[in-house]
Design a protein around this ligand. Structure first.
Ligand code: AMP
Ligand code: GLY
Length: 459
């Protein structure tokens, strides 16, 4: 009997667990940080176990894996990868389909990723500087005319990046924030990365990687800002959509291939630079600009919510696919259905500033399913009274699946109405009006002067 260990217990993990259980006979074991009722039910159903422990402690995760003779392990939470959870599992001889601490540096050290791109001539580069002291950081902000993205070098749970014109009103605000990152050690002591601010439309491309070859998943567009019309503070992502052709309405096939080319190059560059292999899911965050596809960042894991868009339409054996990846010989045993998806994250009142926690929710599961929508539990727990209560982060992901984005959007909205309690969501995600805004934005770009193929050598 195969035994699969999943580390983490958010909406992303529920979607991964569900796909795994639908397409394989493996028993599901989960090292969890909270008592996620959806994941727990899957563990029970497959004869596995969910255990709440410190998922950032490699020894604790490894002990749980060893005690249950795990045959394949997989982790996505970024800080678990930086902490070396994969390394510890690999050390014990457990096949592991998520990257080592060294490989996940592509995510946890933004300066490392940018430097690697530069050294190996990876396409998609932008102007950036890495600073550990204030004076040169301020001078660089002046050099870029105050049009900047300011990023702590290390992990901040997706909430450390601030952009001029959105979160930073004046050039002085930008300098103040750059100083704050350096002085108070936001995201660790690695300093600050300052980038030119790009104008464009963002998209996510996730791919399985065995360190040599990549297998791309459908493109997804996430919505990072909290409120409707793309305003308010940054969040981990309020919802996301994908299209039936696996592209996006503003990103045709050549954008997909450019994304794959960039990701293949970074994986190859990582190997050339370190001798190591990036084995896991690689997440490319791209911006389609007037000057082509640019890299916003790399993550060394599935995105949350983006995993819900792709895992909800994966048909096949995720266990054997991830196992082949862990062995350095990727063979995807399955495919992504040609369906559009729209994911809406229900979040607590007050999120992301000050979430109202411990609030009782009622979820009418049969009605959600009747709409053909999937539900993924995230930051929510089931207490001894058998009721569901909000925790502080995003609560429940609802995914509508249909032939078009419009239909998937309507299904997701209808299903959201069956969750009752003090939670809210962005109603505009996946609507025709918001998507048209994205398309119009891209159409407003002047024609490109050169073709992608002239930019750089092929891989
Ligand atoms: P990151 O954590 O690097 O993905 O950044 C969070 C968000 O900030 C991204 O999803 C973008 O919306 C935005 N962002 C990051 N870098 C830039 C940039 N150079 N120009 C414009 N927006 C950016
Ligand atoms: N949704 C963005 C992320 O997972 O980083």
């Amino acid at each position: 009997m195969e035994k699969f260990l999943l580390v983490g217990s958010g909406g992303r993990e529920h979607a991964i667990a569900q796909a795994l259980c639908e397409g394989s006979k493996a028993r599901l074991y989960v090292a969890a940080s909270s008592n996620n009722p959806g994941i727990h039910a899957l563990c029970l159903k497959t004869g596995g176990e969910m255990k709440t422990l410190d998922i950032h402690n490699p020894a604790q995760v490894a002990q749980f894996a060893k005690a249950n003779s795990i045959s394949l392990a997989f982790s996505s939470p970024d800080a678990t990868l930086e902490a070396g959870v994969s390394d510890k599992l690999i050390e014990l001889g457990i096949p592991t389909a998520s990257p080592t601490r060294a490989a996940s540096r592509l995510e946890w050290d933004k300066a490392f990723a940018r430097k690697l791109m530069k050294k190996h001539n990876v396409p998609g580069q932008i102007k950036y500087g890495h600073f550990k002291s204030e004076k040169p950081a301020h001078a660089f902000i002046d050099e870029l005319g105050g049009n900047v993205a300011i990023k702590p070098v290390g992990l901040t749970g997706g909430k450390g990046v601030r952009i001029s014109g959105i979160h930073l009103a004046t050039i002085e605000d930008s300098k103040k924030y750059a100083s704050e990152v350096i002085k108070s050690g936001i995201g660790g002591k690695g300093g600050v990365v300052i980038e030119e601010k790009l104008d464009g439309e963002e998209f996510t491309l996730q791919a399985f990687s065995d360190g040599r070859k990549l297998y791309g998943m459908p493109l997804v567009q996430d919505h990072k800002l909290a409120y409707e019309g793309d305003s308010g503070p940054n969040t981990g992502g309020m919802g996301s959509y994908s299209d039936a052709n696996h592209l996006l309405p503003f990103a045709p096939a050549h954008d997909y291939f450019e994304g794959m080319r960039i990701m293949t190059k970074i994986v190859n560059s990582f190997h050339k630079e370190t001798g190591g292999y990036f084995r896991g899911v690689l997440y490319g965050q791209f911006m389609k600009t007037a000057d082509g596809i640019k890299v916003i960042e790399f993550n060394s894991r599935f995105g949350d919510p983006e995993a819900m868009n792709v895992m909800s339409i994966f048909k096949g054996d995720l266990f054997s696919s991830l196992h082949s990846l862990s062995q350095g010989d990727l063979k995807i045993d399955g495919y992504f259905e040609k369906k559009a998806t729209v994911c809406k994250y229900l979040v607590p009142e007050g999120y992301p500033i000050k979430s109202l926690t411990g609030q009782k929710l009622s979820v009418d599961l049969p009605s959600v399913s009747a709409h053909g929508a999937k539900i993924y539990f995230a930051s929510i727990e089931e207490k001894e009274d058998g009721n569901l209560y909000t925790l502080s982060s995003r609560t429940i992901g609802i995914v509508g699946i249909a032939d078009t984005i419009g239909e998937a959007q309507s299904l997701a909205e209808a299903a959201c109405a069956h969750v009752k309690g003090p939670v809210w969501h962005r109603k505009d995600i996946g609507t025709a009006a918001l998507i048209q805004k994205r398309v119009d934005h891209v159409l407003s770009f002047p024609p490109r002067k050169k073709d992608y193929s002239e930019d750089h050598d092929l891989i």
